[in-house]
Design a protein around this ligand. Structure first.
Ligand code: NAP
Length: 267
């Protein structure tokens, strides 16, 4: 990358993470800024947790237009902001910050980015979702699914208490939703997955270096639609097992691009 085109007038956006050197966001956003002839530059800032508040204040002082927030800062950044969007409040995490008129406003575009992506293949209204994971990505998927009108969510997570905490949040915001929890080794989850049309993995299991499938391959049936939020490798062990059993599948690259497109429009 060269700095050609960066001038005194160039507006600054970027991403705060720890680590962040692997992020695809700078390439994605800078190529879009260039394509559209916009005088913006997107940088990656590796910020340790103890410096997050200072970094957020510094970006405000420097007049940045906004920034993305990624692991591990998506929840901690909330205390550095003046206002949250309705979705960010429900999810309890922020992945986009806009700095405008001296105020810092937090958004979560993961939920809508995921929904935009999956609904290319399958409308979610009235469906039953089998959700693997209960962390930040799973919360975004769950809220996105509820806003799209799913009828039921089965949360299958390694630690039961995290699944229960997510179930409580969903009960609070979506009282009509049917929510159940279980673990990936439980007979209950095996039974319930048969009653679900859509399966989503929102854990890192299957990522390069985190091999394996988050649920046994035998749980999959050809009637399942399987979405993996992981996108490296492009076909995770879960997606391969699903394809081999005749399921329709999609990985998380579209979610990444679509949450980024929404951030781009906000800035
Ligand atoms: P997180 O908040 O740390 O949550 C991780 C979740 O995965 C928790 O539910 C955790 O279970 C579970 N988990 C972690 N390691 C596990 C293991 N070895 N076996 C079983 N479960 C395990 O992380 P996150 O922000 O939700 O991100 C999760 C993944 O989502 C990321 O790795 C990334 O691949 C993907 N993601 C994709 C996009 C996209 O745009 N495509 C965006 C965000 C995230 P416990 O509660 O039991 O610890």
């Amino acid at each position: 990358m060269t700095t050609d085109g960066v001038r005194a007038s160039t507006q600054m956006v970027g991403i705060l993470g720890w680590p962040v050197r692997h992020s695809l966001s700078p390439v994605m956003h800078n190529s879009e800024f260039r394509r559209l002839g916009l005088d913006y530059v997107y940088l990656a800032w590796e910020v340790a947790p103890e410096f997050l508040e200072q970094a957020a204040r510094g970006l405000r002082a420097l007049g940045a237009v906004g920034y993305n927030v990624t692991i591990p800062h998506k929840q901690a950044i909330v205390t550095c902001l003046d206002e949250l969007s309705a979705e960010a409040k429900m999810i309890g995490a922020v992945n986009v910050v806009c700095l405008k008129d001296g105020r810092a406003i937090g958004y979560n575009t993961d939920a809508a980015g995921w929904r935009d992506d999956i609904e290319q293949d399958i409308p979610l209204a009235g469906r039953s979702l089998f959700l693997i994971g209960a962390g930040g990505a799973a919360r975004a998927v769950a809220v996105g699914a509820c806003l799209a009108g799913v009828r039921r969510i089965v949360i299958c997570n390694r630690r039961y208490e995290t699944a229960e905490a997510l179930a409580e949040i969903l009960h609070h915001h979506f009282p009509k939703l049917q929510v159940e929890c279980g673990g990936p080794t439980s007979g209950e989850c095996h039974q319930r997955i048969r009653e679900c049309e859509v399966i989503v993995n929102a854990t890192p299991v299957g990522m390069a270096g985190h091999g394996g499938s988050p649920i046994p391959a035998e749980w999959l049936a050809p009637t399942h639609y399987v979405y993996d939020t992981v996108y490296t490798p492009a076909e995770t062990p879960l997606l391969r097992a699903a394809r081999e059993r005749g399921c329709k599948t999609r990985n998380g690259i579209g979610m990444l691009v679509r949450q980024g497109a929404r951030a781009f429009r906000l800035w």
